[in-house]
Design a protein around this ligand. Structure first.
Ligand code: SF4
Length: 479
């Protein structure tokens, strides 16, 4: 094998009105760089169309394309182009696993599920001239002895967070709207690296800042505890994602803060227990969201709260209640989504059975468009409410209000700068990206992430929001 090209096509093309260069210049394509480690050292190139135009005038021997739902049509066009030129084209990723028949029409081989075990098998078959059409990940999944990720293929200066890292695969939970169960079907759906291998990978990363892209960094308590133990004294600052139940139970979150955790993506998703139950989001049911936010505030961990609109229990009131709650609780940044039934999920199966899917135009499956018939909302109202929620949450007055919910001046300032920096200075980010100066922003990011703990609980008294029969902001999820 000589010429190999690994491609991550753009999720949405750069001409799209929603294109936000900073959003697409955050993380390098780790999945492809992981598979590249199985190739010969001088054989391959990684092309990430999110950060650089794609040159397709070449004719590699092997083209490997990672397919997400919103880049699927573009990925297929690129695949068809290279097959017409005589390259061997292999496709893998979430969308390929969800809809293998669709993907197979554009590929010589497809990968279903995680590819750490199947990709080396495929390379052997290809060298022997007997590649299969389908490689399906099965029960032998492990991250042990996977060679170190080929970070030398990543152009660090093109990314705000070149030090992104993944030390687990999957998640122990089974939310009905999540891609995870379909992707990991046929084998384990949650497993970790060995702690020593994860720590060695961290040691190899320069600087202080890290971003764990794991679905649930606290999902395996023993692993996470040993990892944080090993990281203490490394002088790292890091960000990651975890569930509300893992934040409330035991002292794992304190261990994480001690190791350097400074911001956490938390899937609150909905204020309604009925929505949680219908989505099989059991890990949130009966949990006190107020206790979650206060515990994170006390530890100086900023919160990126994830919220979904359009579940069957949602009516026109949901947008105002959710945004008010997020501001009131001092959530630093919010990620809002329109409910999206991804193919392969239990949600998609239910919607299809109920004949509620209105389009299969995959680029619209980006959580910004309504692609199904909501139960209690008109589609236009859902879309307008979603747009309004983003505008309202990121108004200067809202950012100020949310910042002031913290108990110390340092924490207030940190919240304000982080939230404003993320949404309010887009033209400045574009300029920095175009000048390829993103690494210059790392010290600024690190100083914003510096620790600011709170001496007291934010408020010890009764929560006025709990007096509303519709909005249990202090105890969302308690049925
Ligand atoms: S907790 Fe998150 S990653 Fe895990 S199944 Fe639910 S949505 Fe998916």
């Amino acid at each position: 094998m000589r010429r190999v090209k690994l491609i991550l096509p753009a999720l949405t093309e750069a001409t799209d009105p929603y294109w936000r260069p900073i959003k697409y210049s955050l993380f390098p394509p780790l999945g492809l760089a992981t598979l590249a480690a199985f190739l010969d050292p001088d054989d391959e190139a990684v092309a990430d169309e999110h950060v650089a135009p794609l040159d397709i005038d070449d004719r590699p021997d092997l083209v490997l394309i990672q397919v997400y739902i919103t880049n699927a049509f573009r990925a297929y066009r690129i695949a068809d182009h290279y097959r017409a030129r005589g390259s061997f084209v292999a496709l893998g990723g979430l969308h390929v696993t969800a809809l293998p028949d669709e993907a197979a029409r554009h590929a010589d081989a497809i990968f279903l599920g995680p590819a750490e075990q199947t990709f080396p098998r495929f390379l052997g078959d290809l060298r022997a001239g007997r590649p299969l059409a389908v490689y399906r990940s099965t029960a032998d999944r492990t991250l042990h002895r996977v060679p170190p990720i080929r970070r030398d293929l990543i152009e660090r200066r093109r990314y705000l967070v070149p030090n992104s890292i993944v030390v687990t695969r999957g998640c122990p939970h089974h939310c009905h709207f999540c891609y995870k169960d379909a992707f990991f079907e046929g084998g384990r759906s949650f497993y970790t690296q060995r702690v020593d291998e994860a720590l060695a990978e961290i040691e190899r990363l320069p600087g202080r800042h890290l971003y764990f892209l794991d679905d649930h960094l606290l999902g395996n308590r023993r692993f996470a505890s040993a990892l944080f133990d090993g990281m203490r004294g490394m002088n790292r600052l890091f960000q990651g994602a975890a569930t509300v139940d893992s934040i409330l139970s035991g002292d794992l979150i304190e261990q994480a803060a001690e190791a350097g955790l400074r911001s956490l993506f938390v899937g609150f998703e909905t204020l309604s227990p009925a929505n949680l139950a219908q989505s099989n989001k059991r890990q949130n049911l009966g949990r006190d969201y107020k206790a979650v936010t206060e515990r994170l505030h006390r530890l100086g961990i900023m919160i990126n709260g994830s919220f979904v609109f359009g579940m069957d229990g949602d009516d026109e009131d949901v947008f105002r209640r959710t945004v008010d709650c997020a501001i009131e609780r001092g959530i630093t940044t919010a990620t809002f989504h329109i409910l999206t039934p991804y193919p392969g999920t239990a949600l998609f199966a239910r919607m299809q059975e109920q004949r509620r899917i209105v389009t299969r135009h995959w680029p619209l499956y980006d959580t910004r468009h309504v692609v199904y018939r909501p139960a209690r909302l008109e589609p236009e109202v859902l879309k307008q409410g979603y747009d309004w929620a983003y505008r309202e949450f990121y108004r200067w007055s809202s950012i100020t209000r949310a910042s002031l919910s913290h108990g110390t001046l340092k924490h207030q300032a940190k919240h304000f700068v982080y939230a404003a920096g993320w949404r309010k200075f887009e033209p400045l980010w574009d300029l920095v990206i175009r000048a390829k100066q993103l690494p210059q922003m790392t010290p600024l990011l690190e100083s914003v992430l510096a620790r600011a703990t709170e001496r007291h609980a934010v408020d010890a008294g009764p929560d006025p929001l709990t007096t509303s029969p519709r909005s249990s902001c202090s105890s969302i999820g308690v049925s």
